[in-house]
Design a protein around this ligand. Structure first.
Ligand code: IPM
Ligand code: MN
Length: 353
């Protein structure tokens, strides 16, 4: 197969971890006989520094002509404590999601046998955990209008808005995923308080008869926050709005003990983007110490979700597990054993694929 992949390394450790994913993707290409081309473009603080825009039009065009986008991380501390900064790196990310129509953010949580003892939860609660969030990504309070301040600047407001259409397309993805998995769908909302949540619930209830093999549960977001810690095995597929999903998927990403190792996909009708869940980790930038596995696993998701190539995806997951078992790991999970460099882990994965 021929594939054109856009590389958006972004900020902080982004370029280092993307470089390792590229090594692995190239190795997969060689092993399975695919012709893979890469095109790189700036995003985030890196793009602000270069051209004054966190998501330049030229970068958007690179994404549009690619079959899939591999994305590193965005964010730079020089913007974080400056609420008056006119352009912020995160605006680039939000604009990119919107312009590429990436309305579903797919964030799985699963366990790695060799890291499970690092889970903050008791072993019996976390063993075998395997669920996936479908977070709505281009609507809700992140984008709703009006937003801003009154003239005196003494009052600020954001608006949470959802249309039935936005809920439907996200919910359908969740239902279809549930059909391929353990056939349980949890709709996470705050329908006891919010009008938007009541529309979510109503819409999901209307769709449910089309998926008779899927069991649907409705749960309030605060209860889910609690149950994710108490009994995460209760979940299979969870669907939720943008802000709830932002918060819960961070919570979910640490329970398996492999903090910062989870991959993600953001997909729409025409475009697909893959990125690690972790951030730009500016303290480690340029030091060759960051863990590249979340980005490498995001590349595995890319083969599966963007190209339907399951064997390729599995080969990457397998070699990652092999590296963990062999102790070829970066300092964050070395636990007193030898800590390998980011680039060494990438080299090992590519060589052992
Ligand atoms: C994420 C991030 C972003 C979000 C930020 C950086 C805008 O936290 O991808 O979850 O809130 O969506
Ligand atoms: Mn987040």
């Amino acid at each position: 197969m021929e594939m054109n992949i856009a590389l958006l390394p972004g900020d902080g450790i982004g370029p280092e971890v993307i470089a390792q994913a590229v090594k692995v993707v190239k190795a997969v290409g060689a092993k399975f006989g695919h012709k893979i081309k890469f095109e790189e473009a700036p995003v985030g603080a890196t793009a602000i520094d270069l051209v004054g825009d966190p998501y330049p039009e030229s970068t958007h065009e690179v994404c549009l002509r690619a079959d899939a986008v591999l994305f590193g991380a965005i964010g730079d501390p020089k913007y974080d404590n400056n609420p008056k900064a006119k352009v912020r790196p995160e605006q680039g990310l939000l604009r990119m999601r919107q312009k590429l129509g990436l309305f579903a953010n797919v964030r799985p949580t699963f366990t790695f046998p060799s890291l499970i003892h690092k889970s903050p939860l008791k072993l019996e609660r976390v063993e075998g955990v395997d669920f996936v969030f479908f977070r709505e990504l281009t609507g809700g309070i992140y984008f709703g209008e009006p937003r801003g301040r009154n003239e005196q600047g003494t009052k600020a407001f954001d608006t949470n808005v959802y249309t039935k259409e936005e809920i439907t397309r996200l919910a359908r993805m969740g239902f279809e995923a549930a059909q391929r998995r353990r056939k349980l769908l949890t709709c996470v909302d705050k329908a006891n308080v919010l009008a938007t949540s009541r529309l979510w619930r109503e819409t999901v209830q209307e769709l449910a008869p089309e998926y008779p093999d899927v069991k649907v549960e409705y749960e309030f977001v605060d209860a889910v926050a609690m149950r994710l810690i108490q009994w995460p095995k209760a979940y299979d597929v969870l669907i939720t709005e943008n802000l709830f999903g932002d918060i819960l998927t961070d919570e979910a990403s640490v329970i398996s003990g492999s903090m910062g190792l989870m991959p993600s996909a953001s997909v729409g009708t025409d475009n697909k983007l893959f990125e690690p869940i972790h951030g730009s980790y500016p303290q480690a930038a340029g030091k060759d110490i960051a863990n590249p596995l979340a980005t490498v696993l995001s590349a595995a998701m890319m083969f599966d979700y963007a190209f339907g190539l399951k064997a390729e995806a599995q080969a990457i997951t397998d070699v990652v597990n092999k590296s963990l078992a062999a102790g070829i790991v970066t300092e964050d999970i070395a636990e007193g054993g030898k800590a390998y460099k980011t680039s060494e882990v990438g080299d090992w994965l590519a060589a052992n694929l």
